[in-house]
Structures are given as structure tokens and as C-alpha cells.
Design a protein. Structure first.
Length: 158
């Protein structure tokens, strides 16, 4: 695999973290709060949330880029960006839904410091049950103040 393809893949993956952060803060906690609200104020009667519709919405650009990159070899870079976006979607499913929210009980007793950071940042985000005053809108990036708190609690940080 060529270096440029790896860079396109990484760009698609990392670009989605930025897009997810911006969309989460300004769209989900903005004009589409009515769809995202049930993620912060869950109705335990269903396994699914209206918020899950965003997963489908975020999948569409990746699918389109993979399709157009696949049918035309001149657009191989689109294929790689699309695969990067799709890999981010898989990471979202694994990290957000399975590890953080424990939709299925896996890694619930994990002592991994990164997983602890992800869970702590997400708890900080969910302590605000309303549309406003949120924090920690990303999924894979743990803010420095959260790391400091985690490390202090583990007596690693001085």
C-alpha cells in the first residue's frame, strides 16, 4: 500500500473525530437536539435511541466515497478516505456504544487508563442532561484536564 493511501485513510479517520466533535456540539446540541435528547435523557424501554439515526447519517459519506472510489480507479483516494470514515464508524460503535455506554457488557471491569479517560470524559459530557453547558464533545480524544484528574486519582500525576 502506498504512503499516500495510508495518509488518505488517516485523514478520513482523524477528520471524522473533528467533524464528530463539531457536529456533536453545534448540530446535536443545537438544531437537532430533539433527536439527540434521548441520548442524554434515555428511555430505558428500548435498546435503540432516536440518536442512533446519526450513526446512519454519518455512514452515508463513507459509503458514497467508497462506492465512487471503487468504481473509478482514478479516484482511489476517495476510496481510502471512505474506508477511513467507515473505520471511524466502527470505532464509534465499539468505543461509544460498547465500551463507554455498555450496551453489551464488555470490558466493564477494564483497568486500562485510556478506557478510564474515555469513560470519565463521557461522564463529564453526560452530567449535563440539557442542550446547553456541555463539555467533552469528542469520542476518541480525552481532554488534558480529564487526564490530569485520572492520573491524580491513580497517584501517577504529581
Amino acid at each position: 500500500m502506498e504512503l499516500k493511501n495510508i495518509l488518505y485513510f488517516c485523514g478520513g479517520f482523524l477528520g471524522m473525530e473533528a467533524i464528530a466533535w463539531l457536529t456533536h456540539k453545534y448540530v446535536m446540541h443545537g438544531p437537532f437536539w430533539s433527536i439527540h435528547r434521548d441520548h442524554h435523557q434515555p428511555d430505558k424501554s428500548s435498546f435503540f435511541e432516536r440518536n442512533d439515526l446519526f450513526f446512519i447519517l454519518f455512514a452515508l459519506p463513507g459509503i458514497a466515497l467508497i462506492y465512487f472510489g471503487f468504481i473509478n480507479p482514478a479516484y482511489e483516494h476517495l476510496l481510502m478516505v471512505g474506508i477511513g470514515i467507515s473505520a471511524y464508524g466502527i470505532a464509534y460503535l465499539l468505543v461509544h456504544d460498547l465500551i463507554i455506554h455498555q450496551r453489551l457488557r464488555i470490558l466493564s471491569q477494564s483497568k486500562n487508563i485510556y478506557i478510564a479517560g474515555l469513560r470519565r470524559a463521557h461522564r463529564l459530557h453526560h452530567k449535563h442532561t440539557g442542550k446547553y453547558h456541555g463539555e467533552c464533545f469528542g469520542m476518541l480524544f480525552v481532554p488534558i484536564h480529564v487526564w490530569q484528574d485520572i492520573l491524580k486519582r491513580k497517584k501517577i500525576y504529581k
